[in-house]
Ligand binder design. Structure first.
Ligand code: ZN
Length: 169
């Protein structure tokens, strides 16, 4: 695939990141963070996969851009949280870890795995609501569940993700 060669990749080997490889798009460069000890061959394979995902993403960019994600978050914030939540950033990431979303309450940033772009919108909405709820409750307590369950399709969405062996964070 010719497109594969056109993607610039920057690999950052990190002592700190021990378990997983993750990547994000910085301008036009795919920045890949990898454990120091990961064999080059294995990393090459992973980078290749990320590049393919990136190409797929570009093909559907008009539907699945970070901008579209941000406006969806806005809408869900209004609908389920009275628009009270402050989100500093929401973006797609390419990562190898199993979880579909993650939230850092401290920086109020939300990251959604690129794989979400392949899920139906009602499931993506659930994932976004889950991450939004973490801005209020960092854990999966009863209070957290109550927040998420305001979304009528929450239970079905959990089942859907489970069936695909996709983990919530
Ligand atoms: Zn969670």
């Amino acid at each position: 695939m010719e497109e594969l060669k056109q993607i610039d990749v920057r690999v950052i080997r990190s002592r700190k990141r021990v378990k997983s490889v993750a990547a994000c798009l910085n301008g036009n460069v795919l920045e890949v963070r990898a454990p120091l000890a990961l064999p080059q061959e294995e990393l090459d394979g992973i980078v290749e996969k990320f590049k393919r995902r990136l190409i797929r993403r570009r093909r559907t960019e008009h539907l699945n851009s970070d901008g579209a994600l941000a406006s969806r978050i806005d809408e869900l914030n209004k609908r389920y949280f009275d628009g009270k939540l402050q989100v500093s950033s929401v973006k797609y990431v390419f990562n190898q870890v199993k979880s579909i979303g993650s939230c850092t309450p401290k920086t109020r940033s939300i990251r959604i795995s690129q794989r979400a772009a392949e899920l139906p919108q009602w499931v993506v909405d659930y994932v976004l609501i889950h991450e939004l709820a973490h801005l209020i409750e960092a854990n999966h307590s009863k209070r957290f569940r109550a927040l998420v369950n305001k979304y009528p399709l929450a239970e079905r969405a959990r089942g859907y993700l489970m069936a695909l062996e996709i983990e919530e964070d």
